[in-house]
Design a protein around this ligand. Structure first.
Ligand SMILES: CC(C)(COP(=O)(O)OP(=O)(O)OC[C@H]1O[C@@H](n2cnc3c(N)ncnc32)[C@H](O)[C@@H]1OP(=O)(O)O)[C@@H](O)C(=O)NCCC(=O)NCCS
Length: 383
């Protein structure tokens, strides 16, 4: 396998916009190409994470974006693995270059859902569950993650205040991120008093519905050297799945695909959790961050929920987690989320993350989950 590196990256701000998915994605791809200094004519293709463009009455985003970029001949592919679409798109671009089928690829992602009201957006998102048993019976994603939180509470004695501390930390980080959807500090009290969404999860335990796009350029080490850009290496890359329906799993307080993809990616990268300096994990709800830290092997079972309150996962803690603000505060434009994590980690590894810079960042891990874990992508990056 060939060595693969990220040579350019960009993201739009996350939030609510009047721009279409096509426009947001074109902006991000164009900025990533500029950042990489590569001639767009050298792009061998674009894997695009996207789940809901059909809600804008526009499928098949690829050729539209490639046309805007001036390279309509280059093939583009929409990748849909629910909320893991971005991480999966990155994986496919990586595999193509590592396997010798391409030298320079775009991996990108986009979502625009702010034109939908909350109930419609919630319904669209629920199509990513096992709709026959879950979404179709009223169990939307807040409900499913609430069931996971209740199971976790029962097993480990964690509390709503423990989860609130995760939200407080991620909002604190998001307040330092000019690209974040929600740039507002909050307190544990704010979380506890906020609107109940699906008990025990409240407004501030949930990620918002966000619009946004992100893109990265991947290339061989040789191309990076030719261009004279500082490479960030993809040290490990893995995808895994879990049983789709939550009620069919043996344990609702963990996500098997996270463990499998995490072990594979770290094995390929020849690292253990002790070697990883920072993580971006899929905190679509606060409970998801707690589970991810355990499933990835960074903390023991039952320790994840308390880690934020104990300072372990703060930017200056032992396991800096979601320095970007995470899905919770940076936002969750579904198809873009996994690519946005790579954009953040590249900035961190190159020491360009400004006020939210994590010190001594040399090895970083990105964890992107689809639905309740039916899909998962984990990547290890390093300089
Ligand atoms: C939590 C949720 C129900 C709130 O939706 P809502 O009630 O329609 O909220 P609104 O869009 O009306 O926003 C009301 C206010 O709360 C803020 N807000 C909305 N969602 C927020 C969130 N998750 N966290 C913090 N603030 C949020 C808005 O910015 C707005 O603030 P403002 O009044 O100062 O402008 C919705 O964000 C949600 O369902 N999130 C989860 C999405 C999801 O399931 N993703 C998939 C994960 S697998």
């Amino acid at each position: 396998m060939r060595k693969v590196c990220v040579i350019g990256a960009a993201s739009t701000k996350y939030g609510r916009f009047d721009l279409t998915a096509r426009e947001l994605l074109s902006d991000a791809c164009s900025a990533a190409l500029k950042d990489s200094r590569v001639d767009p004519k050298r792009i061998d293709g674009n894997f695009i994470g996207n789940a809901f463009s059909i809600a804008e009455k526009q499928g098949h985003l690829g050729p539209l974006v490639m046309t805007t970029l001036g390279i309509p001949e280059a093939p583009a592919y929409t990748i849909e693995t629910a909320c893991a679409s971005g991480g999966s798109a990155f994986r496919e671009a990586y595999v193509n270059i590592a396997g010798g089928f391409a030298d320079v690829m775009l991996a990108s992602g986009v979502e625009r859902v702010s034109q939908l009201d909350t109930i419609t957006a919630t319904s669209y998102f629920a199509y990513g569950s096992d709709y026959t048993y879950e979404g179709g019976n009223g169990c939307s994603f807040p409900g499913l993650y609430a069931a996971m939180a209740r199971t976790y509470f029962q097993k480990f004695g964690a509390t709503e205040e423990d989860l609130a501390a995760i939200a407080v930390k991620n909002h604190e980080n998001g307040a330092l991120n000019p690209k974040a959807h929600i740039q507002k500090r909050i307190t544990v009290e704010d979380v506890m008093k906020s609107m109940m969404v699906a008990s025990p999860l409240k407004l501030y335990d949930a990620c918002p519905f966000s619009d946004g796009a992100a893109a990265v350029v991947l290339a061989t080490e040789e191309v990076a050297k030719q261009l004279g850009v500082e490479p960030v290496y993809v040290m490990g890359s893995a995808r895994a799945g879990s049983i789709a329906a939550l009620h069919e799993r043996a344990d609702m307080a963990s996500i098997p695909s996270t463990t499998i993809a995490g072990e594979k990616a770290m094995k390929q990268a020849k690292v253990t959790p002790k070697d990883v300096n920072l993580l971006e994990v899929h905190d679509c709800f606060t409970i998801a961050e707690a589970m991810a830290l355990e499933d990835l092997g960074f903390l023991k079972r039952g320790e994840g929920a308390k880690a934020a309150a104990q300072g372990i996962t703060r930017r200056d803690g032992r396991i800096p987690t979601n320095a970007s603000g995470g899905l919770k505060a940076k936002g969750h434009p579904v198809g873009a989320t996994g690519i946005g994590q790579i954009v953040e980690l590249r900035e961190q590894l190159l020491g360009k993350a400004g006020a939210r810079q994590v010190k001594n960042a040399r090895v970083a891990l990105a964890h992107n989950v689809g639905a309740t874990g039916g899909s998962c992508a984990v990547h290890v990056l390093g300089v």
